[in-house]
Design a protein around this ligand. Structure first.
Ligand SMILES: *[C@@H]1O[C@H](CO)[C@@H](O)[C@H](O)[C@H]1NC(C)=O
Ligand SMILES: *[C@@H]1O[C@H](CO)[C@@H](O)[C@H](O)[C@H]1NC(C)=O
Length: 246
């Protein structure tokens, strides 16, 4: 890999930083179909969601009632894997995705934080639906841009800073076992800020980020999972659970 090609493929570089995240979200959805087998409704006490709640949740999301029910079955499987309390703890998300409850992973931490909107250390069903919604084909570009911004804004300062871009790139490179020199890494970061940081104050604010992404649509390409449009077709086993026809 030489410096020049790094310059030319900046969009793809940053885009690929998002791949592990998307992969994780995708794994949340697909991973359980294979491993959990029969997802038919079992009696459950910890979950006090009624059909009316599903209708309400559906109304506030791009998903139909059927789909919300399907996603609930998925949610239940993850949320009872370690602590059976109807909430997803970080260890459970990690177990589900990485097959081990221990260890540290920057991407997993970010995904967890992004899902955990109430910042109380657990993911409830509404938070789960809300985060998954961002990847629905029906979600607005605005929502996808905002989600990506939050992803990069590691320290949640409201700005994307050099150090944060560096950390994400490093974590990604480590994960994918790609080696690039410190100089190339710096060049990628320089170029990002040259393109994105319009007022050159050393940090990218949300407005600047939006402009940057709209100029580099590849950054959002992977933020849509087309099959979320047809979730009950993708997971026929879920149809058994349904109480309504949408
Ligand atoms: C972001 O930076 C731009 C200049 O690049 C500036 O015009 C805009 O007001 C800033 N927005 C916020 C919310 O700070
Ligand atoms: C993301 O985009 C790349 C390149 O277009 C594609 O190969 C890959 O399958 C996409 N991943 C997802 C999860 O859509």
């Amino acid at each position: 890999m030489d410096g020049r090609s790094s310059y030319l493929t900046l969009g793809e570089k940053l885009c690929s930083v998002l791949f592990p995240l998307i992969g994780i979200c995708e794994a949340v959805i697909l991973g359980f179909v294979g491993c959990c087998g029969d997802l038919r409704r079992q009696p459950d006490r910890k979950f006090d969601y009624s059909f009316t709640d599903f209708v309400e949740i559906s109304r506030n999301s791009p998903f139909t009632v059927n789909e919300v029910e399907a996603l609930f079955e998925l949610f239940k499987k993850v949320s009872c894997s370690i602590i059976d309390d109807g909430l997803i703890h970080k260890e459970e998300l990690q177990l589900a995705l990485l097959k081990t409850p221990a260890g540290k992973n920057l991407f997993l931490d970010r995904v967890f934080d992004l899902f955990d909107e109430k910042r109380n250390g657990v993911i409830d069903f509404e938070e789960f639906i809300h985060a998954i919604s961002v990847f629905h084909p029906g979600a607005s570009v605005e929502e996808k841009i905002n989600f990506a911004f939050r992803l990069y804004d590691l320290r949640q300062t409201g700005f994307i800073e050099r150090e944060e871009v560096r950390q994400m790139l490093n974590a990604f490179l480590l994960e994918s076992e790609v080696h690039v020199s410190e100089a190339i890494l710096e060049a990628i970061i320089d170029k990002t800020f040259e393109d994105a940081d319009a007022d050159m104050d050393g940090k990218i604010n949300k407005t600047e980020w939006k402009e940057f992404v709209l100029k580099n649509p590849a950054l959002l390409k992977n933020m849509t999972l087309p099959y979320l449009r047809e979730i009950t077709t993708v997971f026929p086993s879920f149809i058994f659970n349904t109480q309504v026809d949408d």
